[in-house]
Design a protein around this ligand. Structure first.
Ligand code: B12
Length: 311
């Protein structure tokens, strides 16, 4: 097996030797072998990890998050006893720096592709703390780590898929245990016309259910005319369109949504709206703000109705 010196790794990656050493000390990506003379030697696995961090730096991803993510995966992949094994049986899981025990448990289960454990971890957090806290403290850190790992290495998509599945099921199960809200003037939640990402919408639905607010989730890739038609037919109190990436068709469709009927409130949620002209549509910054805005719009349609939040 070919092992490289610091200088050889630097030449291969096209960076300085000091950058390689700096990544080593700062992100824990050190050479795992030594030459006979005691000098550091990088194995092919070490070089692959450094390469991943380097690509993350070039693509603008946070290098600390990328390093933590690739190290976490390497720990799990090395759990058979290879040189990168750093933890007890099964490794440390997808690394979520600074996160609490529940997030680490979820990350470990996801990295091991243990769907049931991952689902249970999310469900337990939802029941313990409610959706807003569970989403921010447990679910989001692990999703971000999974996304950073994929961006840095181009691998681990199976972990992201399994994690998405487990999070969706847990949010649906949690919402299903809550009292059914009244059905009139619901809130509609939809992904934009090109959008596959809908986990934030599932989180919003669970949080709204905790507040007793009725809602319909239309899911990914909802064409604007279909959403406008659903808003009209249900006399929706509000609609939220989620975009994780920019989508001109969604921006151009906002007036059509606002015109669906007289009293519909339109919210544009997600990083895909950054910099877009959203006109009169409100732009919530996070789940709490979205749930607050949607809940308020619904409550305005319910004169005299007493709301009985469960959290
Ligand atoms: C899970 C996931 C998937 C799953 C989605 C499954 C599902 N059912 O939703 C699958 C595998 C389908 C997927 C597909 C793709 N994905 Co993806 N995915 C993710 C991942 C890991 C989590 C997404 C998520 O739910 N984020 C929600 C939270 C966790 O995001 P956040 O940034 O913390 O949220 C901020 C705000 O949005 C706000 N906020 C948080 N929650 C909420 C809730 C509400 C209601 C509101 C209003 C605000 C709000 O607060 C935060 C602070 O600003 C992200 C990584 C990431 N960092 O988000 C990538 C990510 C979004 N995906 C990405 C990409 C590139 C893709 C693909 C194009 C990959 C491909 N080549 O096919 C496709 C997209 C296909 C499409 N047409 O949409 C990129 C997007 C980069 C970009 N901006 O262009 C990301 C960021 C990964 C990365 N690091 O590069 N993905």
């Amino acid at each position: 097996m070919e092992q490289l010196s610091v200088g050889e790794v630097a030449a291969r990656l096209g960076v300085s030797s000091s950058a390689v050493r700096m990544w080593g000390t700062r992100y824990g990506l050190v050479a795992s072998a030594r030459s006979v003379g005691g000098h550091r030697r990088y194995t092919p696995e070490d070089v692959a990890l450094l390469q991943a961090v380097h690509e993350a730096v070039l693509s603008g991803t946070d290098p600390a998050a990328a390093a933590a993510a690739v190290r976490g995966i390497a720990d799990v992949e090395g759990a058979g006893g290879g040189p990168r094994r750093r933890a007890g049986a099964g490794g440390t899981g997808l690394a979520v720096p600074g996160a609490g025990k529940a997030a680490r448990g979820l990350a470990r289960a996801a990295a091991r592709l243990d769907e049931m454990r991952a689902e249970d971890a999310v469900l337990a957090a939802l029941r313990d703390t409610g959706t807003l806290v569970a989403w921010d403290d447990v679910v989001r850190p692990v999703l971000i780590a999974a996304g950073a790992h994929w961006a840095a290495t181009g691998t681990g998509i199976e972990i992201e898929h399994l994690l998405s599945q487990a999070v969706t099921t847990a949010l649906v199960r949690h919402a299903a245990t809550l009292p059914e809200p009244p059905s009139e003037r619901p809130v509609l939640l939809a992904g934009g016309p090109q959008e596959e990402h809908v986990l934030p919408l599932h989180a919003a639905r669970a949080a709204l259910a905790e507040d007793g607010v009725p809602c319909r989730l239309l899911g990914p890739r909802t064409p604007v005319p279909a959403l406008a038609s659903a808003a009209r037919r249900t006399r929706a109190a509000a609609v939220l369109v989620w975009l994780s990436r920019p989508d001109q068709a969604a921006v151009e469709g906002l007036p059509e949504l606002a015109a669906a009927h007289r009293r519909v409130r339109v919210l544009a949620g997600g990083p895909g709206w950054d910099g877009a002209d959203t006109g009169a549509a409100a732009v919530p910054r996070d789940l709490a703000e979205a749930v607050e805005g949607l809940g308020q719009a619904w409550r305005r349609t319910q004169p005299g109705r007493r709301i009985n939040p469960t959290r």
